[in-house]
Design a protein around this ligand. Structure first.
Ligand code: SAM
Length: 434
C-alpha cells in the first residue's frame, strides 16, 4: 500500500501542475518510484476516483482544512485530496484510514505534514456534507462535473435524462475488445478471456470487466490478437463498412484504432490513407499498425483543415478532436479540462475538418463523421451547417444501429450514452454523396 500511495500522490501532483492525464501521470510517477503491477493497479484506482470526485473533494476540503488548497505544498495537497476521498466519499473504515495517514507521514515526512495534523484529525472524524449555493451547484457537486457542463447537459437533455447522464459518470465503463483476424483466428481465446461476454449482434466483439481483468490477458493484446476499442467506436467502423479493394481516407487517424479495424474489415486488401497532425501520435499509430498487422495504410502528416490530396475515396472517416464529453466516466480528468470557449473552438475546427475532407468522397460513396462527445454543438449542429452548405450530401441509414437516434431531427444519426448502452458516449453520422 505504501508504494501505491506514494505513486498516487506523485501522479496527482503531475496532473495538477502539468495538466497531464491520468495515464501519463501514472506512467511518469511509476517510472520515478517504481511499482509492481498490483501497486500500479491500486494507485490507478486512487487517482481515477480522486479525479472523478475532484470538485466535491475540493468543496469538502475547504470546510475541513483552514488554508486554501493552492497555498499547500503539492504533495500534501494531493495527500489531503486522497484522504478526503477515502474518508468522506469512499467511507473507508477508521482503522484503515489511520494506516493511510501513517503511510502519508512516512512518504511526505512528519515535518511536512505537521501543520496539517489538526485538519487531518477533522478529515478522519467529521463526516461533512456538501453545502451548495444553488440547485446547479448541488447537481455539479453531487454528480461531480463543472457547473457549466451540468447546466448545459440538463438544458440539452432535460433534467431527468440529464441527471442520469451525469450520474453515470460516477462509475467506470466496461472495456471492450475486438478479435483481430489479421493476427489470430476470428474466435476469442476463451482460455485467456474467461470473463468475456460476446456483444449481442456483433460477432468478434467482447465485453470485459474493468482493467483488472484485462491485465490477465495482456499477452494477447501485446501480440495484436485482440484490440481494445470501445464498442461505440467499433460500431462506427462497421457503419463505415469498408470492403476489400476500397480506398479509405481516415482523417484524424492517430493512434490508429479505426485504421487497423478498417484494414481488418478489408482483409488487408486495398488502400488506407491515414491523416493526422501530431507527429507524436503518428509514432503511436506506426506501432499500432505493426502490432495489429495492418499492411495497407500510409501515414499522411497533415493539417486536415487544409488537405491537399490527390485521391477519390470509397469511404471517408472523420474522427476530429472533441471535448471527450462521452468519455468522462472512463477518463475523469477530461471533464476538468474542457471549457465553454474551448468547446466553441473545437466546433469550428470540427466543421472545417469535415468540410475539407468531404471533397475526397467519391460520388455515390459515404462519409462517416464521429466524435466521442454527447454535446450537439460538436455533432448535430456541425452536420446541420455542413448539409446546408453541401447539398450533394444527405444523411443515410446506419447498419448496425445499436444506439439512440440523433437530436434536432437527425434521426438517422446514432448516439451512444453510457447510462443506456454501457459504453462511451459517442456520435456517428453517415452521409451519402450523390
Ligand atoms: C479522436 S482522435 C482520433 C482517434 C483515431 N481516429 C483512432 O481511431 O484511433 C483525434 C485526432 O485528431 C488529430 N488532430 C487534431 N487536429 C487535427 C488537424 N487539424 N488535422 C489532422 N489531425 C488533427 C489529433 O492529433 C488526434 O490524433
Amino acid at each position: 500500500m505504501k508504494n501505491s500511495l506514494a505513486v498516487a500522490i506523485e501522479a496527482l501532483s503531475w496532473m495538477a501542475y502539468e495538466g497531464v492525464g491520468e495515464r501519463t501521470a501514472l506512467f511518469r510517477a511509476s517510472g520515478q518510484l517504481g511499482a509492481t503491477h498490483d501497486e500500479l493497479r491500486q494507485a490507478h484506482r486512487i487517482i481515477m476516483e480522486t479525479t472523478r470526485f475532484r470538485n466535491r473533494i475540493e468543496h469538502l476540503t475547504s470546510a475541513l482544512v483552514p488554508d486554501s488548497l493552492e497555498h499547500i505544498p503539492h504533495g500534501v495537497q494531493s495527500f489531503l485530496m486522497i484522504l478526503v476521498y477515502l474518508s468522506q466519499i469512499d467511507q473507508l473504515e477508521a482503522r484503515k484510514l489511520q494506516r493511510v495517514v501513517s503511510l502519508g507521514r512516512q512518504i511526505l515526512g512528519w515535518r511536512e505534514l505537521h501543520p496539517y495534523e489538526e485538519a487531518i484529525g477533522r478529515i478522519l472524524t467529521k463526516q461533512n456534507s456538501i453545502r451548495p449555493q444553488d440547485e446547479t451547484e448541488r447537481v455539479a457537486l453531487e454528480t461531480c462535473h463543472p457547473m457549466w457542463f451540468a447546466r448545459r447537459v440538463m438544458s440539452v437533455f432535460g433534467r431527468g435524462l440529464g441527471l442520469q447522464i451525469l450520474k453515470r459518470n460516477l462509475t467506470n465503463v466496461p472495456l471492450y475488445v475486438r478479435v483481430n483476424p489479421l493476427k489470430s483466428s476470428s474466435h476469442l481465446d476463451q482460455q485467456k478471456f474467461r470473463d468475456a461476454v460476446e456483444v449481442v449482434g456483433i460477432q468478434g466483439v467482447w465485453r470485459l470487466g474493468h482493467l483488472k481483468t484485462l491485465s490477465q490477458q495482456q499477452s494477447a493484446v501485446a501480440a495484436g490478437e485482440v484490440v481494445i476499442q470501445d464498442l461505440s467506436a467499433i460500431v462506427a467502423d462497421l457503419v463505415a463498412c469498408p470492403v476489400a479493394g476500397n480506398t479509405v481516407l481516415d482523417v484524424c487517424s492517430a493512434p490508429g484504432n479505426k485504421t487497423s479495424h478498417c484494414a481488418a474489415l478489408m482483409g488487408n486488401e486495398g488502400r488506407i490513407l491515414s491523416v493526422d497532425l501530431s507527429s507524436e501520435r503518428m509514432l503511436q499509430w506506426n506501432r499500432e499498425m505493426t502490432r495489429t498487422g495492418c499492411l495497407i495504410a500510409e501515414a499522411v502528416m497533415a493539417d486536415a483543415r487544409r488537405l491537399e490530396l490527390n485521391v477519390e475515396a470509397d469511404v471517408v472517416i472523420v474522427d476530429p478532436p472533441c471535448s471527450n464529453s462521452g468519455v468522462f466516466a472512463k477518463n475523469p480528468s477530461m471533464k476538468w479540462r474542457i471549457t465553454p470557449s474551448r468547446l466553441n473552438s473545437l466546433a469550428i475546427r470540427q466543421f472545417t475538418i469535415l468540410q475539407s475532407s468531404a471533397r475526397y468522397v467519391r460520388r455515390g460513396s459515404n462519409l462517416i463523421y464521429c466524435t466521442c462527445s454527447i454535446l450537439p454543438e460538436e455533432n448535430e449542429d456541425v452536420l446541420i451547417d455542413f448539409l446546408r452548405r453541401n447539398p450533394d450530401f444527405h444523411m443515410t441509414r446506419q447498419q448496425p444501429f445499436l444506439g439512440s437516434p440523433g437530436l434536432k431531427g437527425l434521426d438517422l444519426c446514432q448516439r451512444f450514452y453510457t447510462h443506456l448502452h454501457d459504453c462511451n458516449g459517442y456520435f456517428i453520422a453517415k452521409l451519402h454523396r450523390d
